[in-house]
Design a protein around this ligand. Structure first.
Ligand code: GDP
Ligand code: GDP
Length: 433
């Protein structure tokens, strides 16, 4: 499992700057997708061979005890409990503030490893600045500059030292789908509707609060595993002390699944949180089915509104199938399986090299890559580099000059040509040597 790193600290210390830097290496593999939410808080990163997940907890406001800030603090506390590693960021130009001390007090109670990152120290004497922050009682501070990149690699190497390199994952032989979405959209109700009729083969109790429940079952002679991120049903009495929604649990579930089922609420607006979860799925490259739940309860105005909002806020999910369902009444659940099967098959497809290369030739015949300067990029052949998502590796010359628009054109072309519904597809360029 990839370790999850939570970034905490008071506002303006540089959390989102560090988040962007930590997710940059990975983002480089995925070119810009128009409309993908800019305001990201969960992402993937890679240092050397070691991948990790990272969460920017946003504002940690322990002094305010009501309203939105309180909610944020609650989510942050939860992330602190669920993460594998905490990076506590402080501002090296400001010295310790009372808020830093409050956060440090809370972090000292944590059983997780905590790293103090003293940020904004470019051009300063690192050891002098760090000495000030020993007082926080969280061990040896590490000096960094999130905006300039100084010290970040060193910090990450130290953090990841104790985590093993990931093993080659075995490919799943059946759909493993995660039911995800923000609180109260109807995830538990949907899980119950799905499992109500099916034969449960195996059932995995969560080990910790951040673990989802994994349930293997048969449906129409096919084998499935559902990952239940709501997962409060079986916990009995302790239910109300556990936050139902967990960002880290959702991230891990998406990682473990090969298909994500994103549940939205038809009676509510599409929220930023919905968009963030969706963009995380897309970054991970998982197949996706979207279920707009509570359809029976939505009036015409709400139906029109959610359809508009989906186009506006979730336009980057055009590869996914959308279903309008009622988990409560069990409507549309069967059709959902049709799309899960289809998305899984598309994600796992294996296309022979000659077929793919022929596909590339057809794409070029229809539209050549534009000339850049005096050079026209030359694409020669391609082969498949992976599944879930399918990756098409294109070989040729001057491929670094291919613009994003052509990149997208190629992705669309392959998806259409091989009838891939429900999975993203990635095109990567390899220079010939
Ligand atoms: P957040 O509120 O903790 O997410 O903080 P931001 O990442 O938004 O950063 C707050 C401000 O600090 C912004 O103006 C950043 O440009 C600035 N900042 C972040 N990292 C550094 C750094 O390493 N050095 C300097 N000088 N400024 C930084
Ligand atoms: P979760 O937090 O995402 O697991 O959401 P729950 O499954 O606990 O559902 C939240 C609330 O929405 C509960 O009161 C459910 O009864 C209700 N709900 C779930 N599905 C539907 C539906 O299809 N229609 C309607 N009207 N209500 C639903």
């Amino acid at each position: 499992m990839k370790p999850t790193i939570a970034l905490v600290g008071r506002p303006n210390v540089g959390k989102s700057t560090l988040f962007n830097r930590l997710t940059k290496s990975r983002d480089a593999l995925v070119h810009d997708i128009p409309g993908l939410t800019r305001d990201r808080h969960y992402g993937h990163g890679l240092v050397g061979e070691k991948p990790y997940l990272v969460v920017d907890t946003g504002g940690f406001e322990p002094v305010v005890d009501e309203g939105i800030m309180f909610e944020m603090a609650k989510q942050t506390l939860q992330a602190v409990d669920e993460a594998d590693v905490i990076v506590f960021i402080v501002d090296g130009r400001n010295g310790i503030t009372p808020q830093d001390k409050i956060i440090a007090n809370r972090l000292r109670q944590s059983t997780r490893p905590v790293w103090v990152a003293v940020n904004k120290v470019e051009g300063m004497n690192a050891s002098v600045v760090c000495a000030d922050f020993f007082e926080l009682g969280l061990g040896h501070p590490v000096a960094i500059s999130a905006s300039h990149g100084e010290g970040v690699r060193l910090l990450m190497n130290e953090i990841l030292e104790d985590f093993p390199e990931p093993e080659e994952e075995e490919e799943a032989d059946h759909p493993i789908f995660a039911i995800i979405g923000r609180p109260n959209v109807g995830k538990s109700t949907l899980v119950n509707a799905i499992l109500g009729e099916e034969r449960v083969i195996a059932f995995d109790q969560p080990g910790t609060t951040r673990d989802s429940i994994y349930i293997e079952f048969d449906r129409n002679d096919r084998n499935y595993t559902i990952i239940d991120t709501a997962g409060v049903r079986k916990r009995g009495k302790v239910t109300d002390v556990i936050e139902k929604f967990s960002v880290i649990k959702t991230m891990q579930a998406v990682e473990d699944a090969n298909v994500a089922v994103l549940v939205l609420d038809a009676t509510q607006e599409v929220s930023d949180q919905d968009a963030r979860i969706a963009s995380f799925v897309l970054e991970t490259g998982r197949a996706l089915v979207v279920a707009i739940n509570k359809w029976e309860a939505a009036d015409q105005f709400q139906k029109d509104m959610i359809k508009r909002e989906i186009t506006r806020k979730l336009g980057f999910l055009e590869f996914a199938k959308f279903h309008y369902i009622s988990a409560l009444q069990g409507q549309g659940v069967g059709e959902l399986f049709g799309s899960i099967d289809q998305a899984y098959a598309a994600a796992m497809i294996k296309i022979p090299t000659p077929k793919l290369t022929r596909g590339l030739e057809i794409a070029i015949e229809r539209q050549q890559p534009p000339i850049a300067g005096k050079i026209r990029p030359k694409m020669r052949y391609c082969h498949q580099g992976g599944t879930n998502p399918p990756v098409v590796i294109v070989h040729g010359n001057a491929l670094e000059k291919v613009p994003d628009s052509y990149w997208r054109y190629l992705e669309h072309h392959f998806m259409k040509m091989f009838n891939l519904q429900g999975t993203p597809l990635r095109v990567q360029f390899k220079k010939n040597v």
